[in-house]
Design a protein around this ligand. Structure first.
Ligand code: URA
Length: 201
């Protein structure tokens, strides 16, 4: 069990990391003035959930994974782990909403440059949170954490000294309604493997 003092130290480290990210964004074209959606949850934390980037709803509420796809993933997590959202540390690789300007802002995939800008902050965030397992939600998260590995949802990978479980991104699952039931079963099976590993300590 981490001591109260350790928890406070980690909280202060995360706040420091957010401050340095804010100041780096303020100096960088493309991120100046952008709303940052930082990670949230306990630190240390056994399970760290890492997605691609916040979307419209996440940016409005300044919280990761609170839009439709995020709520779907979190509901499955809660069911499998029999835990609350607050028990997990949740974050993204890219911490601002990548958009294209049409009549209304639309979500796009982050560029490699954007991912590269945010990756050192994510790696520091992981070091602070010290998860036993990282859930890499979607290919973007996975390829940043394990660049030399193939994306095989449901199969353990060890990279950068961390144990990583890749899963399909919930937005992708929700777009394929026809396969949603089957894909949700597979997602639950992957999460049960994570749960078994966490319980095993
Ligand atoms: N998709 C992600 O990858 N992250 C979020 O926070 C929301 C949707």
């Amino acid at each position: 069990m981490p001591s109260h003092k350790d928890n406070l130290k980690k909280r202060a480290e995360l706040e420091g990391l957010l401050r340095s990210l804010r100041s780096a964004c303020a100096k960088t074209r493309g991120f100046k003035g952008a709303s940052i959606v930082f990670g949230e949850g306990p630190a240390p934390c056994g399970l760290m959930i890492i997605g691609e980037a916040p979307g419209r709803v996440e940016t409005r509420l300044a919280r990761p994974f609170v839009g439709r796809a995020g709520r779907f993933l979190i509901s499955v997590l809660k069911e499998v782990f029999e835990r609350e959202r607050e028990d997990f540390y949740i974050t993204n690789v890219v911490k601002v909403w990548p958009t294209v300007e049409t009549k209304r802002l639309k979500t796009r995939k982050p560029t490699k440059e954007e991912e590269g800008f945010f990756l050192p902050y994510l790696l520091k965030e992981i070091r602070i949170v010290e998860p036993q397992v990282v859930l890499a939600v979607g290919k973007t998260a996975f390829s940043n954490l394990a660049p030399d590995e193939d994306f095989t949802p449901g199969s353990w990978v060890s990279a950068g000294g961390r144990l990583i479980m890749p899963v399909y991104h919930p937005a992708y699952l929700l777009r394929r309604q026809k396969y949603l039931e089957e894909n949700t079963r597979e997602l639950k099976a992957a999460l049960r493997k994570v749960k078994a590993r966490l319980t095993a300590g």
